[in-house]
Design a protein around this ligand. Structure first.
Ligand code: SF4
Length: 208
């Protein structure tokens, strides 16, 4: 029997991405939408095939494998009854007279700690500003008091504790920035790694 693991991984990733994109409601915002360039939030609805292809990006697959592995390691260390993984939270939040559903999926919860796993090609400049913001948004969303950003990179395994939740005002500002599609990009380096750079009029061609 022909046994093609690559095509199975392809189907798994693309189907996963398809479900995520198709089930997304018009007023639904993921925490990850708030930490990156706001234009991506719109492009993923218009250019769905590009969003789907992102699911099979090797960097994304590598990151997913690290997540699954570390979540399993946490269960072995703490016992599977003491670790919740891929926990979904949501909160309704009004901005400019409209109610949005802010949704986030936390990698793991152990005791009162959120654990957010980050894989990367390098340990340069960790913890990254947008990861700290993500952890702060998770604290806001969950009501938990502490988050650990756990970096697994080829050069370093390191953790950073985040204790300051985002305020309602910050979340409002982030949602407003999504509605205004500005600033695009949010960080100078984003366009270098963005799947929509092939058609985006706001693409930065220099990282400075
Ligand atoms: S290319 Fe840059 S500005 Fe355009 S969507 Fe991507 S990150 Fe945003």
């Amino acid at each position: 029997m022909e046994f093609d693991i690559v095509s199975l991984i392809y189907s798994w990733r693309v189907e996963d991405a398809r479900k995520r994109i198709e089930k997304k409601l018009e007023n639904e915002i993921y925490v990850t939408d708030l930490i990156y360039c706001p234009l991506k939030y719109y492009f993923q609805r218009i250019y769905k095939e590009i969003a789907l292809a992102e699911g099979f990006n090797p960097v994304t697959i590598y990151g997913e494998a690290v997540h699954i592995g570390i979540e399993e390691v946490l269960k072995r260390i703490f016992g599977s009854d003491n670790v919740k993984t891929e926990v979904e939270f949501e909160k309704e939040f009004g901005v400019e007279g409209k109610v949005f559903i802010v949704r986030g999926r936390v990698d793991a919860i152990v005791g009162n700690y959120i654990i957010e796993i980050k894989s990367g090609r390098s340990d340069a400049n960790i913890p990254h500003q947008h990861h700290v913001l993500q952890a702060r948004l998770y604290l806001w969303l969950t009501g938990l008091k502490k988050a650990i950003l756990l970096y697994i990179t080829p050069n370093r395994v390191s953790q950073y504790i985040v204790t300051e939740p985002s305020s309602d005002g910050e979340v409002s500002d982030l949602i407003r920035s999504l509605l205004m599609r500005s600033p695009a990009p949010r960080y100078n380096w984003e366009c270098l790694h963005c799947s929509y750079a092939i058609l985006c009029p706001s693409k930065r061609t220099s990282a400075v």
